[in-house]
Design a protein around this ligand. Sequence first.
Ligand SMILES: [Zn+2]
Length: 233
Amino acid sequence: MEKIIEGVCQFRQNVFEKKKALFEGLRDHQEPKVLFITCSDSRVDPSLITQSDPGELFVLRNAGQIIPPHGAESGVGQEATIDYAIHHLGVQHIVLCGHTDCGALKALLQSPTAGMAHTSALSKWLYFAESTKQIADDLLQKAGCCEHDHDLSHGYQGDEAYTFENLDKVKTDAIFMKITQTHVKMQLQHLKTIPSVARAFASGTVKIHGWVYCLHSGEVWLMDEVHDKFNLV
Ligand SMILES: [Zn+2]
């Protein structure tokens, strides 16, 4: 914590002073053009990876950048933030950015199968990404990663649900990249069920973008919805 407090002092004395005009201009209003939705992961820094200044990104973060579909009680907080960005701030773009090595996605893959009890807050939250899990299960089984058939009579297998020992790292990384991309696509579908987003997207006032950020390379891959693929920026 001392390091963080020291950082606060350094920010005020050095960074804030240097950018004083910028912060003065943001004193009583903001006009971000982009709503940036991403994971809470400490390694993903929206301002850093987009080289944006304060005031440029309106940011929504949660575990796994999951957007519950409209109507889900647990999605009220996410939806309120998104509504505010569209109606009050007038953002023109929504970026939903997933990332490699996502802890929420890993937990999702090891979570109880649909139909089983979701008791913890995390498992209830991850259940909103069940569509990702169902597709990922098929991808993993196809690649020979799955040890178990997920027959409920076997019970929840915890961390032993999948094994990757029979795959090399390149193949494992490729599968996880595919799952991460799938997850972004699924959450974008949920996003479009939110009335304010659906309306703004249909009228062309808001454009929607799916991204995947690679922790190890700094690369960002952009979703090309027309060709159903991701392209390197
Ligand atoms: Zn994550």
